[in-house]
Design a protein around this ligand. Structure first.
Ligand SMILES: [Zn+2]
Length: 443
């Protein structure tokens, strides 16, 4: 742990507007001597997260997490103690300086070295894309998809050279050890000289502070998988990370809404069309951790997944996950193209902007899906359709909302609301299949 004198620590805490730190992550309301909000550490629908006005300490009566504003920053932004103190010192205008030897132990050194490596590499990949002849074909792919130089710059897109000898010798020349490179997430597990990314368009993946922690790579030709992502490392956890969150953060906060789409190119297409609040999970399903990361910054989310069957199924799951953390959820179905990227390429910005207005609320989307997936002219089909909707019903914020949705289900499927309610109550007792469709309640 870094050495910061107790005096400096106290000075930083005294000068910190702790409420504003909490409020960046939690929507707080004052009640008595405390502020209350939805806990950013566990999934809940009524506020049990509190901040004491007098002490500046936080405590959650649901998951029992608690502590100082330093601990809060460490947990909520996944920072080390040193990073959290740096952040608070910066906010409060107190000068602190760490000597290299004062940094924490080996683990902390490795994290810092990884940040430095990924930063250096993303700049080098970017240079290849923009300035080197070999990057030209990559640029052309991006231009063809309707992306501009400004956007390529903003996301620091890059190109990984086709020569598979290049990366290892480049990094060795910079003085990196074999042992460090083995854990860097850049080389094959089976062959430490074999780079995972070669002849690919590179998408740097950043943490919420904008530090590059991983890459996504898109193939130029049809050889091998179209997209690959970095494996997890000491600084990269897939389920916690959203592509473009750092670039989209301000827009998400000011719009009080985030767009979640399927891939990197979709995110870039939305940003190209001026919808700069778009993010994406990393080639996997949308997780409740990612949903929580959004809920700390906004109250609404729009899901825009591909219009194929896999995309629709992903959207179904994501509805329950987003609603389950208390996000007001709606769905945007791509029209006139498979996804946002195809719409931008074929129809242009105007069409993507126009389409983005046609959202439907998650409940309505799921009802439509239920009537497509099951034969609701039969009693058996109706029963299946109803139970298909249970995970979402379960994820809803309040009993009032739930009652309203039960009435809607009854009307749409031609069954009595009371029957829906009875079936739901029975399913609750035997356990709704949460693993398939809903987030766990304690993530
Ligand atoms: Zn909690």
């Amino acid at each position: 742990m870094a050495r910061i004198s107790p005096q400096i620590r106290q000075e930083i805490l005294d000068k910190t507007d702790f409420l504003s730190v909490y409020q960046e992550h939690v929507h707080l309301q004052k009640k008595g001597g405390s502020y209350w909000g939805l806990c950013p550490f566990h999934s809940e629908k009524t506020p049990s997260f509190s901040v004491s006005v007098d002490t500046g300490l936080f405590y959650c009566f649901g998951c029992h997490k608690g502590g100082s504003v330093i601990q809060f920053l460490m947990d909520v932004d996944k920072l080390t103690y040193t990073e959290a103190m740096e952040e608070l010192a910066h906010r409060s205008g107190v000068q602190i300086h760490f000597e290299e030897s004062e940094r924490a132990g080996e683990a902390e050194k490795e994290r810092q070295a990884l940040f430095e490596l990924y930063d250096r590499l993303s700049k080098t990949f970017h240079w290849f894309l923009v300035n080197h002849a070999s990057g030209r074909k990559g640029l052309e792919v991006l231009y063809k998809r309707g992306l501009t130089d400004v956007l390529i710059e903003k996301f620091s897109l890059g190109y990984a050279p086709a020569n598979r000898q290049w990366l290892y010798s480049f990094l060795k020349a910079k003085g990196y050890s074999d042992n460090f490179l083995r854990h860097s997430g850049l080389f094959s597990k089976n062959d430490q000289y074999w780079p995972l990314f070669a002849d690919r368009i590179m998408f740097p993946i950043s943490d919420v502070k904008g530090r590059v922690i991983a890459f996504g790579g898109r193939a130029m030709d049809q050889e091998g998988p179209k997209y690959i992502n970095s494996p997890e490392t000491a600084v990269f956890k897939k389920q916690d990370t959203l592509f473009a969150l750092s670039q989209a953060l301000d827009s998400i906060k000011s719009a009080d809404e985030a767009i979640v789409c399927e891939g990197y190119m979709d995110v870039l297409s939305f940003h190209a069309a001026g919808m700069t609040n778009a993010v994406a999970p990393l080639g996997t399903a949308f997780t409740s951790h990612q949903a929580m990361a959004l809920r700390r910054r906004a109250s609404r989310v729009v899901l825009c997944f591909d219009s194929d069957e896999a995309g629709l199924h992903a959207a179904e799951r994501a509805c329950s996950i987003a609603a389950g953390v208390g996000l007001e959820t709606s769905v945007l179905l791509p029209e006139g193209g498979k996804d946002a990227s195809e719409i931008l390429e074929k129809k242009g910005e105007g069409e993507l902007t126009r389409m983005s207005k046609n959202t439907i609320n998650a409940g309505h989307f799921l009802l439509t899906r239920a009537s497509q997936l099951f034969d609701i002219s039969t009693m058996e089909g109706k029963a299946k359709a109803v139970s298909f909707l249970f995970p979402f019903l379960d994820a809803l914020d309040s009993d009032v909302q739930r009652q309203g949705y039960i009435r809607e289900i009854g009307k749409a499927l031609g069954v009595g609301a009371h029957a829906v309610e009875m079936d739901y109550a029975k399913a609750k007792v035997s356990g709704i299949n949460r693993s398939r469709n809903a987030p766990s309640s304690n993530s």
